[in-house]
Design a protein around this ligand. Structure first.
Ligand code: CA
Ligand code: CA
Ligand code: CA
Ligand code: CA
Length: 350
């Protein structure tokens, strides 16, 4: 009798624990690679974007920002973290990329950055053969204030957009079109707003939505294309006790699988973790992961920007990667960098 009671108690406890664990799936992973540290001290590395190689995904690269206002710029890294190219273009905060922009001299990559120094949108391309970045702005694209930034591509009418936000909650949407001599120009087409300072954002090109992180509040969702609903929907907030978001909400990206499946990934800077939501509405919370110290590569904390892809990038990354900025590279002993995590390691724990 006594033994049976104990057994029941044990089962109840077990059920309680598994129920709790299920509500807060937290996966601890180790980085598989890291980039060379940026050349500037302090809070300098900010946001990465993964650029998929069109023929050999294992040769894909990462473009990362160094937001230092004197010697910052954009750097390109291989998947094993080696710096391939870099340009000095101070104070670029966020970066994003879309392929196949119809430049006058042939289709190419369009890379956009938020240049805080003069509140303009930086436009670049990257040539796979020469492995060089090239600036392609036909004229300065002057915004209210260029803080956070992301890009979108509407496949229905082949339009390219850059979304750039300021610290007062305004999000400008610019349409980018080709200009003569292999350059690009832009035109302001729409304005969205959130109540307070946003930064991280990501566009789901397939569903036509933009997700915007309001740093102190949560994650908003809007229609991404001109003519879409200007009213946003808050899909999660930092106010939920025991919830996955702790201010600031920072980088956002999408792990995209076929038929609209996948995850929305958010950097929860205040808890040094990353929250995963269902890519499909109503964007249910799925779990969190954290990047812990490995044998050779340290874990990540206070992450600003991140990017993720589900494309298999060679044998090492069969389910794609997540790239995250690390606020304290080797606990402050060296300048900041970006860490590369195999998605396979995260998926195993979900
Ligand atoms: Ca930071
Ligand atoms: Ca970004
Ligand atoms: Ca921020
Ligand atoms: Ca670290």
């Amino acid at each position: 009798m006594k033994r049976k009671k104990l057994l029941n108690l044990g089962c109840a406890l077990f059920l309680l624990l598994t129920a709790c664990a299920h509500q807060n799936v937290t996966v601890s992973v180790k980085a598989a690679a890291e980039t060379e540290p940026v050349g500037s001290r302090g809070d300098a590395a900010d946001d990465p974007a993964i650029i998929i190689h069109p023929k050999d995904p294992a040769k894909s690269v990462i473009v990362g920002t160094n937001k230092n206002y004197i010697d910052g710029g954009l750097n390109v890294y291989s998947l094993d973290g080696k710096k391939i190219d870099g340009v000095i273009d101070p104070n670029i905060n966020n970066v994003d990329v879309r392929p196949d922009f119809p430049f006058s001299d042939g289709p190419g990559l369009l890379i956009a950055g938020s240049r805080r120094q003069d509140s303009t949108i930086a436009l670049y391309t990257y040539n796979w053969d020469t492995q060089k970045l090239k600036k392609v702005e036909a004229a300065p694209l002057k915004t209210i204030e260029a803080y956070g930034l992301c890009m979108g591509y509407n496949p229905k009418d082949a339009t390219f957009y850059v979304y750039v936000n300021d610290k007062n909650g305004r999000i400008e949407q610019w349409e980018i079109t080709p200009a003569p001599n292999g350059l690009a120009k832009g035109e302001l087409v729409r304005l969205l707003t959130v109540p307070t300072q946003p930064e991280g954002c990501v566009v789901d090109d397939e569903t036509g939505h933009i997700f915007v992180g309001e740093e102190m509040r949560g994650i908003w969702k809007f229609g991404a294309w001109p003519g879409g609903d200007l009213r946003g929907m808050l899909i999660d907030t930092v106010m939920k006790k025991g919830g996955p978001l702790t201010a600031d909400v920072e980088g956002l990206s999408l792990y995209k699988k076929a038929n609209g499946a996948g995850y929305l990934v958010a950097s929860s800077q205040g808890s040094n973790t990353y929250a995963l939501y269902d890519r499909q509405a109503p964007h249910a919370f799925v779990g969190t992961f954290s990047v812990v110290d490995g044998e050779f590569i340290d874990g990540t904390s206070e992450t600003d920007g991140l990017d993720v892809t589900s494309v298999a990038l060679g044998e090492k990354y069969p389910q794609g990667i997540v790239v995250v900025q690390d606020g304290h590279n080797k606990t402050r002993r060296t300048t900041q960098n970006f860490k590369i995590i195999s998605w396979e390691d995260i998926q195993k724990g979900l």
